[in-house]
Design a protein around this ligand. Structure first.
Ligand SMILES: [Zn+2]
Length: 190
């Protein structure tokens, strides 16, 4: 879905493998190595629905994949989410900005995304309910992954709530999913 309109340029060249687990996985606790100092960070075990690694695999939890595919109206799709991270990581780091075609597109992207990201962060810090999932306020990288889910799952609603955001995503993905939805609805009504 994400690559449908993009020129074929091995966008997933850094997807070495896709590991599919049947159900929610708990990332094992990372034990400190023998030579590691004890004050180093130890990651606690946390349940995950998916994960994307820089220069590594994508991990997906199959029941979450099915649920997201069956309920686009909920705006959560772990496949779109993790593969958006992979597109973001194409330039080597997950910073919420995938490689863009030119400086103009980059300037527009940065202006719109940073404004909307800061708005989401401020609203979610105040405990307000937001159309875009508050998980996107964690970082610019999560923001891009979360708005990608909305762009493909609930394009009409995203277009209504954040038209500028819809437009920069449309120019990046070269797709107009809101137009597709509107066409489908008008065809059904005939
Ligand atoms: Zn993520």
């Amino acid at each position: 879905m994400l690559l449908l309109a993009l020129p074929h340029d091995e966008y997933y060249r850094n997807v070495e493998s896709i590991l599919v687990y049947p159900s929610t996985v708990v990332r094992p606790e990372r034990k400190p190595g023998f030579f590691e100092r004890l004050d180093s960070v130890v990651e606690a075990p946390v349940p995950i629905l998916g994960q994307a690694f820089v220069q590594g695999p994508v991990v997906l939890v199959w029941d979450a994949v099915l649920h997201g595919a069956r309920h686009p109206e909920q705006g959560h799709n772990v496949v779109y989410h993790e593969f958006a991270h992979k597109l973001d990581m194409l330039d080597g780091s997950a910073n919420g900005t995938p490689p863009l075609v030119d400086r103009e597109q980059l300037a527009e992207w940065v202006a719109v995304c940073s404004r909307e990201f800061l708005r989401l962060r401020s609203l979610s810090e105040k405990g307000h309910k937001t159309f875009i999932d508050a998980y996107g306020a964690q970082s610019e990288a999560e923001f891009f992954a979360v708005i990608t889910e909305e762009f493909f799952d609930r394009p009409l609603a995203l277009q209504k709530h954040a038209p500028d955001l819809y437009n920069v995503l449309g120019s990046y993905y070269r797709q107009d999913p809101a137009g597709r939805h509107a066409n489908r609805t008008s065809t059904l009504k005939k």
